[in-house]
Every structure is written in C-alpha cells, then in structure tokens.
Design a binder for this molecule. Structure first.
Ligand code: GRF
Length: 227
C-alpha cells in the first residue's frame, strides 16, 4: 500500500517539496538547482539544503547563488536516531513531510537510522557512483577500477535500511577505459550523475514512478497503467 502511495501522492501534489542533504562539494545539489532555475525541471521546489558539515561548499552555493535556505546540523558525536531526529525537525520546519515531500541525498556521508528511513519510507532517494548492486559504500569508483570492470556508471535509488541497497529508480552506464584512474572515471561518472538526478526528479514530479515490491516501475508517457 505504501508503495502505491508514492505514485498517487505525487500525481496529486502540485509541487513536490524537496530537501537536499549534502556533506561537501554539492555538485549534484547544484545541478538540481540549476535545472529548476532554467525551467528544465518543473513541479519541484527545493525548500532547504541541509548539511552535517558547516564547511560544505554546497551550503554557500545554495544560499549565495540560489537563495535557498540552508541549515548546518553538525553531528557533535550524536549517532543514529539521536542525530537524525534533528534532521527530521528541520525537515518539518520547512514543511517536508512524508506525505508529499521528498528527501534527496546528494553526497550525504551518513547512514540513515531505521527510524528516519521508516518515517520517510520511499520518500528518500540517493545517488551512488556505481551500477548497484556492484560496489556499494565508499570509494565505488576506486573499487570499479581496481576490479577491472569494463562498465560502470551511477544509480539513483530509494533508501531502505541497508547501505545502497534500496529499490533502483534509474541507472546510467558508462564505459570504463583501460587508461582510467579513480579520478578520471569519477569525473566522467559525475557528469552523468548530474543529468540522472534531474531525470529522476522529473519522473517523480510527473507522477511516473511507483514501486512493486523492490521493482520501481516507470510509467511511459500517456499511459495510465504499469508496464
Ligand atoms: C557523488 O559522486 C555521489 O554519487 C556520491 O557522493 C558524491 C557527491 O558529490 N554519493 P557532490 O557533493 O554532489 O559533488
């Protein structure tokens, strides 16, 4: 039932209220904000950008370049739900509720507690720089080069209680070159990440996404039933 709700709620919501959670550079966040500003991404508004790191470059970009409210919430030794409840308080303060809000993780370097994940069930998405389920966790691009895979890429997925293990919404594959280092592969994947996040948000805003078990179904244009 909760699975189907994602689709129905987003179909009826005029604008999806979004929070972006970051920890550092914030280039994916910036790509989303640019897509909204340029009119490429409609039906989505970013109400707050939150970081666990007050020094995040992304926080300054969000507030200075895009005039989006920001919140720095350092962990100060807090873990799990003790920390996450502070995030939830901020989300609620900006009107981002599970009913019709969406939380976008974009380089947020913390594992979310089960309490947070269950409260915002199927309302949290993440971008990961590999073709999941290959290379979950940290240093995905380094692991891909070291393993010698010929194809890697990026994945947008819903968050469940595991690490990078939730239902997959979109993936983009790219060729791994013999000459690739961790850095060169990372930078080519990052270009695709920026496009994929906008694409995923557009699909959600258009009400074209719902879940059947762990399979995310993308409804094709002008059809009313699942494929
Ligand atoms: C990206 O590679 C993303 O896939 C991963 O962390 C990185 C964040 O980069 N989860 P940025 O902060 O969006 O520039």
């Amino acid at each position: 039932m909760a699975d189907i709700c994602l689709w129905i709620n987003f179909l009826t919501a005029l604008v999806i209220k979004v929070a972006i959670l970051i920890s550092g550079r914030g280039s994916n966040m910036e790509a989303i904000l640019r897509s909204i500003r340029s009119g490429k991404l409609k039906g989505v508004e970013v109400d707050v950008v939150i970081s666990d790191n007050p020094e995040s470059r992304g926080l300054a970009i969000a507030s200075d370049t895009f005039r989006v409210p920001t919140r720095a919430i350092p962990a100060k030794g807090l873990r799990g739900w003790d920390y996450d409840r502070k995030i939830v308080e901020a989300l609620e303060q900006y009107g981002i509720y599970p009913k019709d809000g969406l939380v976008c993780l974009a380089g947020f370097m913390r594992i979310l507690s089960p309490e947070f994940v269950n409260r915002y069930k199927m309302r949290i998405i993440n971008i990961h720089p590999s073709l999941l389920p290959s290379f979950p966790g940290l240093h995905a691009q380094r692991k891909a080069v070291a393993y010698g895979v010929k194809v890697s890429g990026c994945t947008i997925h819903f968050i469940d209680e595991g690490v990078d293990s939730g239902p997959i919404l979109l993936q983009k594959a790219i060729t791994v070159l013999d000459s690739d280092s961790e850095e060169t592969l990372s930078s080519r994947i990052l270009i695709e990440e920026h496009k994929l996040y906008t694409k995923a948000l557009k699909l959600i805003a258009q009400g074209k996404v719902y879940c059947k078990g762990r399979r995310v179904i993308l409804i094709k244009k002008n059809t009313t039933s699942s494929e």
